[in-house]
Design a protein around this ligand. Sequence first.
Ligand SMILES: C[S@@+](CC[C@H](N)C(=O)[O-])C[C@H]1O[C@@H](n2cnc3c(N)ncnc32)[C@H](O)[C@@H]1O
Length: 621
Amino acid sequence: MVLCPVLGKLLQKRVVLASASPRRREILSNAGLRFEVVPSRFKEKLDKASFPTPYAYAVETARQKALEVANRMHQKDLRTPDVVIGADTIVTVSGLILEKPVDKQDAYRMLSRLNGKEHSVCTGVAIVHCSSKEGQLDTEVSEFYEETTVKFSDLSEELLWEYIHSGEPMDKAGGYGIQALGGMLVEYIQGDFLNVVGFPLNHFCKKLVELYYPPRREDLRRARQDSIPPVDSFENLSDVEAGHSEPAHGEAGRGWDGPGAGGDQQAGSAPKADGYRTAEPPPFPADLLELIDGFKASKALFTACKLKLFDVLKDEVPQKAVDIASKVDASVCGTERLLDVCATLGLLEKSDRGYRNTESSNLYLVSDGEHSLHDFIMYNDQHTWNLFTHLESAVREGTNQGHGALGRKAQDLFQDGPLQSKEDQLRCVGATHGLAKLTARPAATAFDLSRFSSACDLGGCTGALARELAREYPRLQVTVFDLPDVIEHVSRFQRDGPETARVRFLAGDFFRDSLPRAELYVLSGVLHGWPDDRVHALLRRVSDGAGPGAGLLLVEAVPDAEDREARPGLARCLDALLRPRGRERSLAQYRRLLEQHGFGDVQVAPAGHGLAALLGTRVAP
Ligand SMILES: C[S@@+](CC[C@H](N)C(=O)[O-])C[C@H]1O[C@@H](n2cnc3c(N)ncnc32)[C@H](O)[C@@H]1O
């Protein structure tokens, strides 16, 4: 839905956002704008001292970013974009400009500077209108900036470091993101919230009003006597009222009222049944094309990980394609193309000196990093990719396709014990570890568990959640209970920490072997993998071993209506159709399972990333 009629003015145009920021992308797409994303390669290295004000610097950076994309697309594409939007957000405190932190120490320096004080967040925005005349690119640039004042609370060192370790500060100006965890640091703001997130939508719309609905002649005549009234409202404007449909400086005669633009059809341009005029081309389906190409982007990432490109580039020093190609034993032309695609996807930075990892690639894509998702990506490449080639039959038959995709007989999939090669097992363990590292902290802190002194994480894999629990509750001893084939690999995923001594690993089968005694049992991401009879069998065993007052903590993805609308929910919904065994269950169904097995007083809390946590207490039998 187009929320603001003036944005409808851009619907028939090829609009490009010259920014890799997911936050800007979200703000603009939530407002109904359709656009392509082409991250700018302009390096933010203008001499700050040469600008009279910080906002002049932000506006110029935004302008350069947008112009770089406009020029590149004009040279490389058959179609020049109509509008390119560039933006640059900076944080200033006591006259100093803070951009994105380069590492954790830098993030600490920035956040300490902001601690307990007011600072200013300024976003410069450039709207570049492009046209091509005899093969030459012609551009007209409109620019503006928006400033918001933000006040941080007095924050402890501990909190600052905890926030830094969450990884959130790294790709954000000033080292914090107000829309997520960073919101906790902020006492108040004065001004536009979305400006702090990364894009001043309100001012952007006002600017479009200025451009697309310039004052009428009679207004100008009146304005000669009075002063020009500021544009402070855009909600009620329509083409009919304003009598214009192109920017003041744009090409004439291409007016089109897109759906939601609020304009009437004009005489002589018969509307078709789908609402578009016969003579006008329909809007460029950028979102659809992006969706069609989506699998190529995933496969490019999978291939780059398989070749270990990100391992080669983990040093800060940029490297040339030819050197990278020889290190990964691949062709120079193929490697160069893949590197360019990775740079376009925002996974690498490209400069005259070569390619290098972004901060986020160093963190998540290098294969041996503490937070590496390499195994998870490889698992998706090798297993999930194949599984999804069976989506059509899964949808037609309404059954899981694990047997087809994995080449096994259906009944084998319900066997306990090892089903895969050692190499596959290790990859599965690594994949589970990578994901569990992302979700462990919110799961461990969803409830106050300080009343328990012992816990047993059933199917706890490498102990990612167990370690978070031990870190959060200093008197808690945690046993991780998992299959022998898994426990065999866990040492590869351990790092030293003060909690290490309070986490132990025990090999066993939770359907057959006796379960360790504990005050708190944990089942995280386990139950959805089993059909009802197995879930009841497992819960019966847990319930039999738990004394009155013992806790059972469940952490599971819960597919509710809202979740299905979100992308991760959508993917999980299809996963559930394709996975070999197990089933999705609602929050109410999990709650009922707990109660059926003697766990009452069930509390529910969100555990982040679409997961829910449920905590039940064993009632006396
Ligand atoms: C999807 S993983 C969840 C891992 C972890 N709890 C988490 O939250 O990320 C399921 C875990 O259950 C373990 N598991 C499966 N069957 C088991 C059994 N019969 N006995 C013990 N553990 C088992 C698997 O080895 C795996 O580590």
